[in-house]
Design a protein around this ligand. Structure first.
Ligand code: ADP
Ligand code: MG
Length: 228
């Protein structure tokens, strides 16, 4: 029946995720173990590999952290809150990363009365992920713009960058868990973002032109807007 179908679909998805995770963790573990064996049995001095070893451990720790977020029962603290405050918070959190690479981040002003029924921390997490991806997509100093529009039924937030863009072949895969084009990426960011937005009854989409830039668009159902 229908319930069984959804349960088995869910199990299949969980199985795929677990397999991806195991694969991502096993390779660095094998490397680390190799270093320790060398040091033990051949008295090999592994000190000069400490940077590599630390990097691998950091990566596994990031990966398990993101994986936990991914599997956590999602949105909880739903409240009607101003979206502008979330965007301000993300601007603040990313400020040093933006300026240290010579980028600019422009946030178009948002009316305080634009409210969304949301789990604020989760929405901040989504915006943070998208701005971080934008920063990582720009090798040269570039521009990020966060623009908010309000329609009759939705609040629409564009996160626009002047980065490397996404090829048509990759565009169909970027929301898949573990898909990454980065040497040290986890590939979990966008799949987490999409899940959070869909749990809010919204949509996360992308438009991109390779070599020109990318726009991620969040559409969230609108809460009440006070009359002025
Ligand atoms: P990660 O950042 O760990 O690679 P994500 O799920 O956040 O994982 O992103 C998946 C992939 O989508 C990235 O590796 C990159 O190829 C592509 N991507 C995401 N955001 C952007 C962007 N703003 N510009 C260009 N490519 C992007
Ligand atoms: Mg990312």
């Amino acid at each position: 029946n229908e319930e069984d179908f959804f349960r088995s679909e869910k199990l299949r998805a969980v199985g795929e995720l677990a397999a991806g995770m195991a694969h991502e963790i096993r390779n660095p573990l094998t490397t680390l173990r190799g270093f320790i064996d060398l040091s033990r049995s051949h008295g090999y001095n592994i000190e000069r590999w400490f940077d590599v070893i630390t990097q691998e451990i950091t990566r596994m720790s990031e990966l398990t952290g993101e994986f936990l977020q991914f599997s956590k029962p999602h949105i909880s603290n739903m409240r009607l809150e101003p979206i502008g405050a979330c965007i301000d918070r993300v601007r603040h959190l990313t400020e040093s990363a933006v300026t240290s690479k010579g980028h600019t981040l422009d946030v178009e002003p948002v009316d305080d009365r634009v409210l969304i029924f949301m789990d604020r921390d989760k929405i901040v997490q989504v915006l943070l992920n998208l701005v971080r991806n934008a920063i990582e997509a720009m090798d040269e100093p570039g521009h990020i713009v966060v623009r908010t529009r309000v329609s009759a039924s939705d609040v629409i937030i564009d996160i626009e960058d002047t980065g490397c863009g996404i090829s048509e072949a990759d565009a169909s895969k970027i929301f898949d868990p573990f898909f990454t084009t980065k040497e040290r990426g986890t590939g979990l960011g966008l799949s987490i973002c999409r899940k959070i937005i869909e749990d809010h009854g919204g949509m996360l989409t992308v438009r991109s032109q390779p070599g020109v830039g990318t726009v991620f668009t969040i559409e969230l159902p609108r809460g009440a807007m006070e009359s002025s």
